[in-house]
Ligand binder design. Structure first.
Ligand code: URA
Length: 429
């Protein structure tokens, strides 16, 4: 009989684990036989000792097999999804999923909650009162058949291991590990039963894996293990040295997604949405040409069809956009400098948003869906003394002056304009 403690100490001491040992831990934790404290200890051992490729394959398989696989094959149509490795202000999925679905490519998106300093699609969607992300397989499948789109989370039925491990990693400082990220993302996607996946692998100071070389390793690992599991897969390595778009926080990002679908979104957000959408269209064989796909998606924004797909989604999953929460308090941060916005500590800005109430400190915490930050300036923008840099939104009693100071410290200005960074660094297939 295998013991969890033996497996934990084996990994702690740097030994390789067998597929059976990894399976035992994942299955035991999923069913509740292995407690949180042992899984947390295992995750920390993995964080320090790492998993090799074979162990990562075994972890992904064990997590993917922890529940059922959605029978999407019954649709007899190719279903493509997109997933980001996590960033600040990265609400791309909110606009992208309805946009691509409006183009006739069915989308079944299985997403996660906020993780570390980053937000999660499920929390953002649930900032719409009534919006359900825990759909049964029958309901999710019927919805994809009917409107071509469903956005759901891990449940006790699908990827239950990721549901539990994800929440535990968030509260135990064990997010930033290539194998854990890979197994988390791919187990959800395999359980969703999709055919293809476009990955947005973030690199930069707001990403879980900041360096380009490590982001490339993560992208390659995801591609190889994804392909081994029968997924058509493509990865883009994209910049996360500043938040994406202008909004950080759940309901604020929903409002921004609506603006993107109306054609009024921030330039970087729109550029990445169109590119990822075009990659999904090519992977889903709707076209073989990225620029033609982008043009088609732009048309769907301008003729209102993408926006009406978003409304259909909200209605189908029980949400009421008219009741979206608005923060009780807001405070402006004005520029103490003149010059150019030179750099941002993106992770720190994400943490400020979390502390405003947009994220969790502990697994069981509830979040304030209306809290967050609106940026008025992005990298390279000219700054005048006293001009608004950002607005902080919050609801509860929090040390707002301290958070204002943390925000200011996370931003640097210089007299010279920084060089423009590319938004997309590399495309890997
Ligand atoms: N997204 C996930 O689903 N899991 C991670 O670990 C990181 C990003």
């Amino acid at each position: 009989m295998m013991k969890a403690l033996e497996i934990i100490t084996k990994k702690r001491d740097g030994w390789k684990l067998s597929a059976a040992e990894i399976n035992f831990l994942v299955a035991g934790y999923t069913t509740g036989l292995i407690p949180d404290y042992q899984m947390a200890s295992f995750l920390m051992a993995v964080y320090f000792q790492g998993l090799d490729f074979q162990e990562t394959v075994s972890l992904t398989a064990a997590m993917a097999r922890s529940g059922n696989v959605l029978p999407l094959k019954d649709l007899k149509r190719m279903v493509i999804d997109k997933h980001s490795t996590g960033g600040v202000g990265d609400g791309i999925s909110l606009a992208l999923a309805p946009l691509v679905a409006a183009a006739g490519l069915p989308v079944l998106m299985m997403s996660g909650r906020g993780l570390g300093h980053t937000g999660g699609t499920l929390d953002k969607l649930e900032s719409i009162p009534g919006f359900r992300t825990d759909l049964s397989s029958t309901r999710a499948l019927n919805q994809v058949k009917k409107i071509g789109l469903a956005m759901i989370g891990q449940t006790t039925e699908f990827a239950p291991a990721d549901k539990k491990i994800y929440a535990l990693r968030d509260a135990t400082g064990t997010v930033e590990n290539i194998s854990l990220i890979c197994a988390s993302i791919l187990s959800k996607k395999i359980a969703a039963g999709i055919d293809g996946l476009v990955l947005d692998v973030k690199c930069g100071n707001g990403a879980f894996i900041p360096s380009f070389a490590a982001a490339k390793k993560l992208a390659r690992t995801l591609i190889i293990i994804g392909k081994k599991n029968g997924l058509k897969i493509k990865a883009l390595i994209t910049d996360m040295n500043q938040p994406l778009g202008k909004a950080i926080g759940n309901s604020l990002e929903i409002a921004q997604a609506l603006e993107v679908l109306r054609g009024n979104g921030p330039a970087d957000f729109e550029e990445l949405t169109l590119r990822l959408g075009a990659e999904m269209m090519v992977l889903g064989k709707k076209t073989n040409n990225i620029s033609a796909a982008k043009q088609r998606l732009q048309t769907l924004i301008h003729n209102g069809q993408a926006l009406s797909k978003f409304y259909q989604l909200v209605k189908a999953q029980g949400g009421d956009l008219a009741r979206i929460p608005v923060a009780k308090h807001k405070v402006e941060i004005n520029s103490p400098w003149k010059g150019y916005l030179f750099s941002m500590n993106t992770k720190e800005i994400g943490l400020v948003a979390t502390l405003l109430g947009a994220g969790r400190q502990r697994k069981e915490d509830s979040i304030d869906h209306s809290a967050g930050i609106i940026l008025h300036k992005k990298l390279g923008d000219p700054l005048r003394l006293g001009e608004p840099l950002a607005t902080l939104y919050y609801h509860q009693a929090i040390p707002i002056d301290e958070l204002k100071k943390r925000f200011i410290k996370a931003v640097k200005s210089k007299a010279i304009k920084p060089k423009n960074r590319p938004l997309i660094y590399k495309v890997l297939a």
